[in-house]
Write a protein that binds this ligand. Structure first.
Ligand code: FES
Length: 127
């Protein structure tokens, strides 16, 4: 059996939403101390809707595929839906991840949550 699903390989080879959003409304950066991978997610939010999401990921194939899929899943969605996105949903959308690679999808969930925290923080500061 192949290590990765075709969908993982497809998103790894042709990742969606790679890059930076200038003046992003929310930025979330997380890392995994064990593997050293780092993921940064940028969100553009208007009227409570994720207008755009981009990422920079320095990591393994499934971390890149997870970032790509996670940003696709939240684009156009209300922030409430984005904050409820689980790593399980990301992994399922990728047709599964090998057990030792599940933490890569956790990074995507955490990075989005952190970016949303940043967004809410800025809102309360009135920035
Ligand atoms: Fe750690 Fe993929 S091996 S994020």
């Amino acid at each position: 059996m192949a290590l990765y699903s075709e969908k993982v390989m497809e998103h790894f080879r042709h990742p969606r939403n790679v890059g930076v959003i200038e003046n992003a409304d929310g930025i979330g950066e997380v890392g995994n101390a064990k593997c050293g991978d780092i993921m940064k997610i940028y969100l553009k939010i208007e009227d409570g809707i994720i207008e755009d999401a981009k990422f920079e990921t320095f990591g393994c194939a499934s971390a890149i595929a997870s970032s790509s899929m996670a940003t696709e899943l939240i684009k156009g969605k209300p922030v409430s839906e984005a904050s409820a996105l689980t790593n399980k949903a990301v992994a399922e959308a990728l047709d599964g991840l090998p057990a030792h690679k599940v933490h890569c999808s956790v990074l995507a969930e955490e990075a989005i949550k952190k970016a949303l925290q940043d967004y809410y923080g800025k809102l309360s500061e009135g920035v």
